[in-house]
Write a protein that binds this ligand. Structure first.
Ligand code: AMP
Length: 190
């Protein structure tokens, strides 16, 4: 089973490219941001706790995130494979995923890293903020999220590079150009 980790800074196009990949390859799209926003929308106490982190641009605690993701993956036992969009976001999450996949048969993971220039990320997120209604798509929180990405999330890239389960993608250009680059990078394993 394929575990395609779509990786990159906020605004790098993970969600957009996930939608195209799901259509073409019938993989299950798991966006941890979407899962968390759904929990917030439900009005639960857990959702209220999660909202404290998200609205400030911080990551939610690793163990909580790992529990939510592994429970959700278990509900898709028939799936052909997964696109993980927004997970892992710390080395501890990457190690937890390694452990999860060891117990699954024929698990094949690859991280696809979408690289986009910082100013372009900010422009895209501000534009998205005009319509997304997301509490974290404003300049102050965007800057915080980019800092968190640099300090906590970027090392995940090195984790997969060291394991040689890694593809680098130039994430600048049109949606179609970027999708073509991703397809080329994954065609040998999909
Ligand atoms: P996203 O929709 O991927 O941009 O995620 C929005 C927010 O959800 C992030 O800024 C974090 O606060 C939280 N979040 C999403 N995925 C994770 C994760 N893997 N670990 C911790 N927090 C996460």
């Amino acid at each position: 089973m394929l575990y395609l980790i779509l990786f990159g800074a906020p605004g790098s196009g993970k969600g957009t490219q996930s939608d195209l990949l799901v259509n073409k390859y019938q993989l299950t799209h798991l966006s941890t941001g979407d899962l968390l926003r759904k929990e917030i929308a439900s009005g639960s106490n857990l959702g209220k706790e999660i909202d404290q982190y998200i609205s400030k641009g911080n990551l939610i605690p690793d163990q909580l995130m790992i529990d939510i993701l592994s429970k959700t993956m278990d509900t898709y036992s028939e799936s052909k494979g997964f696109i993980l969009d927004g997970f892992p976001r710390t080395v501890q999450q990457a190690e937890a995923l390694d452990t999860m996949l060891e117990t699954r048969e024929n698990a094949n993971a690859i991280l696809v890293n979408l690289e986009v220039e910082k100013q372009e990320l900010i422009n895209r997120l501000l534009k998205r903020g005009e319509t997304s209604g997301r509490s974290d798509d404003n300049l102050e929180t965007i800057q915080k999220r980019l800092e968190v990405y640099e300090s906590k999330t970027k090392p995940v890239n090195e984790h997969y590079k060291a394991k040689q389960q890694h593809a680098h993608i130039d994430g600048m250009g049109t949606v179609e150009q970027i999708f073509e680059r991703i397809e080329k990078a994954i065609q040998h394993i999909i």
